[in-house]
Design a protein around this ligand. Structure first.
Ligand SMILES: Nc1ncnc2c1ncn2[C@@H]1O[C@H](COP(=O)(O)OP(=O)(O)O)[C@@H](O)[C@H]1O
Ligand SMILES: [Mg+2]
Length: 817
């Protein structure tokens, strides 16, 4: 670049500071990208790449910015928006331009760029632990959480909607390797320095003790705040950080979330979709948080349950509240936009309409004494409603300054200018009519453009009738354009009124948002309570709709009558309910049964019922009593983890290792087909040994579905291990799955019958039967198809008996043996 124009020089100066971002440079009605940036955006956005003095450039029309931004950010780019900081028509020389916002996936607040879900940005540093702080800037929620191991961190990131990670340099590579598809950025050291002042200043606190955070946590918080300042470039609108402590919540790892299909993911049908009959966006976000974080403290669960119960038993109140909730907007986000100075007139109308409804909600709640806590916590904001009612048109224009936002009567000064403006436009119409009549030019028109302002346009054919006081300004192909003295006078009046209206309306709107700013924190608290009511009333609603029952909690017993799978029952026509019965004497089950009989469904429904109970919801059953679990472990299916290139078996074993090392007596362990990924003998051995370990050492409630019939022998050795199977009816036409869980062991595997049902050709099925007969005879197996010989099994069992004898010496009081 030899001769840079002054504007290109300005561009280069700005770009220098944003090397890692695509800079969109406002120029007239376009945002332009140059050089490499232009090549990237033209490819991603599929727009034309042009050249100017050999510089590649590509532009986006300014009104379509949000659309294109979304694509760029989704494709993993960081975008710096460079705006004109003064009115080009007023500017002397080159217009001042500055970057006003850096857009990244984790720092979106623009309504159009967000779904209704939470969107988190996470900051990570490592000292002794992985310290993380994560924020949803669109709602202002801020959380602090430490992880001991990188795997726990990775796991968390994959469940929660974390769209961007920023981290210290020393862990960047490790994070990138483990999360290849995440938008991860490393931060310079200075981000992590001087955090004390940054935190104090942001939250306006005098002492850091206020948050009860460790120095490491504060360091990361400081870095996050600096990053937000760099991207958002405005005052931060954040809530106080909340510590996520394990002591309050059940732990669910990503595998379990996936295996139990708790939230939408690759598997489609899931618990969230079944339960999500919430009425508000805030409620639907809260529901998802609750599902991913079931409670562990009985008092907390009961508190939710009592509200659900109150709604459940008061149908009138339930339906009335749900009707009111229909009118509640996403005020959490609206208020955050207000704090960032990006609220629209429509937003404020939505806020007003929401606040209008609160008294109705309160009146309804007052009819039932169970809601006294909510009645206290939900506030009304009559001053805000009154102010908004007085200040804004009900259907305001989206452009503040065009005179259609602030209501008549709110500001006499604005009204005067507005009358003048709107009146002048009428006058202009009149002028047009008069000129037509005077000149007899029927096609005469008054128009406007940026260069000449108002003009009179006359078609070429009628130019001969133009009076001599018309001053010609422009010649077009088919017409001529003129001005007159009178027109110019109008123009001045209109322009000055328009300008006044614009300035005044903008000022009034700003002032209005400032007045509301005072109330924001209180309104947000009320909104939070309303979101809770939304979820709790939804629990009651869904429980009525689908016939759920209120569970009780017990220290030991897990007894559910006629339990159902909340998701599967919605998609099969005749779901067969099954009981769950576990206590200290029956704390491990081995389920055997043919493929497709319902083993996996049964195991998952046990897990789902535990989750549903601990989030405060009712459960699909006739009656339910269950313990509170500290964690649910699942090991299911056999899928290769293609993304990390680990084999099925390795994945399976690492999950088993996790269970064996982390499960406690209060955990629930659900195992489906463990040991399938290796040879039969290895598989049986590992499954047997781990079952023993869980039973003897961990002592937690466990259900294990398997096709290794050998494992059913465990029940002969250990009193607390029982066998379950699923009934199959043999008819002349083949077999029928009854999906009924009963005590006992599967007779045989019915693999060939299943093959037949699946449509394997008759010839193959017949041939398989022949072969089975031969093999069964030849290997002298008994009715059960098994791999180990009777004698071998006896050996294993007797050795375990001996070990058990030793154990009982230490556990004399354990009556189970
Ligand atoms: N209790 C039930 N009532 C009705 N249908 C069921 C039930 N359990 C399972 N099914 C049906 O059987 C299919 C197979 O169940 P699944 O649990 O995967 O069997 P398995 O694990 O024994 O192979 C399910 O997709 C479902 O359609
Ligand atoms: Mg299965």
């Amino acid at each position: 670049m030899k001769n840079l124009t002054p504007m290109m020089k300005q561009y280069m100066d700005i770009k220098k500071n944003y090397e890692d971002a695509i800079v969109l440079f406002r120029l007239g009605d376009f945002y332009e990208a140059f050089f490499e940036d232009a090549e990237i955006i033209s490819k991603i956005l599929n727009i034309v790449l042009t050249k100017r003095q050999n510089a590649p450039m590509a532009g986006i029309p300014h009104h379509a910015l949000d659309n294109y931004l979304k694509k760029l950010v989704d494709s993993g780019y960081k975008v710096a928006i460079c705006e004109q900081m003064e009115d080009p028509s007023q500017a002397k020389g080159i217009v001042r331009r500055e970057v006003t916002r850096v857009i990244t996936p984790g720092t979106l607040i623009e309504e159009d760029l967000l779904s209704s879900e939470n969107n988190y940005l996470m900051a990570v540093a490592f000292r002794e632990n992985f310290n993380t702080v994560f924020v949803d800037v669109s709602t202002g929620e801020l959380f602090v959480k430490d992880f001991e191991a990188i795997n726990d961190l990775i796991d968390f990131v994959s469940i929660v909607n974390i769209s961007q990670i920023i981290c210290e340099e020393n862990i960047f590579d490790e994070l990138k390797d483990n999360l290849p598809n995440k938008f991860i950025e490393k931060l310079d050291d200075w981000y992590f320095e001087g955090f004390e002042d940054k935190v104090k200043e942001t939250f306006e606190i005098v002492s850091l003790d206020h948050f009860e955070l460790s120095n490491e946590q504060l360091r990361v918080l400081g870095a996050l705040l600096k990053y937000l300042e760099y991207t958002l470039m405005s005052n931060l609108a954040l809530e106080e950080p909340k510590k996520l402590e394990e002591s309050k919540w059940m732990i669910l790892d990503s595998k379990t979330v996936d295996n139990l299909s708790l939230i939408p993911g690759e598997k489609g049908k899931n618990l969230y979709d079944i339960l999500n009959k919430t009425k508000t966006a805030m409620g639907s976000r809260l529901l998802k948080k609750w599902i991913l974080q079931p409670l562990k403290v009985k008092k907390d669960i009961i508190e939710r349950q009592e509200i659900v119960d109150a709604f459940f038993n008061d149908r009138l109140l339930l339906n009335e509240i749900r009707e009111y909730l229909n009118g509640i907007f996403d005020v959490e986000r609206i208020l955050t936009r207000l704090q960032y100075g990006k609220v629209s007139p429509k937003d404020l109308i939505s806020l007003k309409n929401t606040l209008y409804i609160i008294p109705n909600i309160l009146d309804a709640l007052k009819t039932n004494e169970k809601f006294s806590k909510y009645i206290q916590e939900i506030e009304e904001f009559p001053e805000v409603v009154e102010l908004l009612e007085r200040a804004l048109y009900d259907d305001p224009s989206s452009t503040v300054g065009d005179g259609n936002v602030i209501k008549d009567g709110y500001s006499p000064e604005l009204d005067d200018y507005r009358n003048l403006l709107f009146h002048s436009e009428d006058k202009l119409k009149e002028f047009e009519k008069e000129e037509r009549e005077r000149t007899n030019i029927q096609k005469l028109k008054v128009g406007f453009n940026q260069v000449f302002g108002y003009y009179i346009e006359v078609p070429k054919g009628q130019v001969k009738n133009v009076p001599d006081y018309y001053i010609r300004k422009q010649t077009l192909v088919n017409s001529e354009r003129y001005i007159t003295q009178k027109l110019k006078e109008f123009e001045e009046k209109i322009m000055s009124a328009r300008e006044k209206v614009e300035i005044l309306e903008k000022a009034l709107f700003d002032e209005l948002t400032k007045m509301i700013l005072k109330y924001v924190n209180d309104i947000k608290k009320t909104a939070e309570k309303i979101a809770e009511l939304d979820v709790l009333s939804t629990f009651a609603y869904v429980s009525q709709l689908y016939g759920y029952v209120k569970p009780e909690f017990d220290d030991e017993k897990f007894i559910v009558k006629e339990a159902r799978h909340a998701v599967v029952e919605r998609y099969v026509s005749n779901f067969v309910p099954n009981d769950i019965y576990m206590d200290s004497l029956r704390r491990m089950y081995i389920i055997t049964g043919p493929n497709m009989s319902g083993k996996s469904t049964y195991i998952r429904q046990v897990g789902l019922i535990a989750v549903m109970a601990q989030i405060g919801c009712f459960v699909p059953a006739k009656s339910a009593k269950l313990p509170i679990f500290d964690r649910i472990f699942t090991r299911m299916g056999a899928r290769d983890d293609i993304s990390t290139g680990k084999s099925t078996f390795l994945v399976e074993m690492s999950e088993v290792a996790l269970i064996l090392s982390k499960a406690t007596k209060d955990s629930l362990v659900l195992l489906d087909e463990v040991g399938r990924g290796t040879s039969t003998f290895d598989g049986i051995s590992i499954a047997w040994a781990m079952s023993e370990y869980i039973y003897n050492e961990i002592k937690c409630k466990t259900i294990f579905a398997t096709h290794f019939t050998e494992l059913t022998e465990l029940s002969d050795v250990y009193k607390g291990i029982k066998n379950l199977t699923i009934e199959v009816e043999e008819t002349n036409d083949g077999i029928v799955f009854l999906h009924k869980v009963v005590d006992g062991v599967a007779d045989r595997s019915y693999g060939i019958e299943v093959a037949k049902i699946a449509g394997v050709p008759d010839g193959v099925v017949e041939r398989a039967k022949e072969i089975l007969e031969v093999i069964t005879k030849k290997s002298e197996l008994e009715k059960k198809v098994r791999v180990l010989k009777e004698g071998q099994l006896r050996q294993i069992k007797s050795r375990k008996k001996a070990v058990e004898g030793q154990l009982t010496i230490f556990e004399v009081n354990n009556s189970e043996f």
